[in-house]
Write a protein of this length. Sequence first.
Length: 129
Amino acid sequence: MIWYIAIGSAIGGVTRYLLGGWIQRLFGGSFPTGTLVINVTGSFLLGLLLRYALETPVISPEVRGFLTIGICGGYTTFSTFSYETLSLLEDAQYLRAGWYVAASVIVSLLGVFLGSLLARELLVLRRGA
């Protein structure tokens, strides 16, 4: 199990680095758009994977650990989110910090909900087939 999680974490971390950096360069500015997108898409992916994996025997516990603890854990960036929020506050960008926290929490919750909803629909299709 440890190796599944370790390999998944490496994949998730590298993906976060490449995708988050690319998004930040694309949008520019001081607002941490890259981290926000990573947290939202990671929440969506975790909702999808957990709902699907826990309700079907198709995904083994090792693969579930690889995908959720490994990839999603390496991919999402809550510690970076916390640091970037503190940086905005220290720069007296209180409104931007508030928007960032609100958007991160609300949209990430929406992401995990939508991912879970998609997994539920996939399970219905799978059971119907």
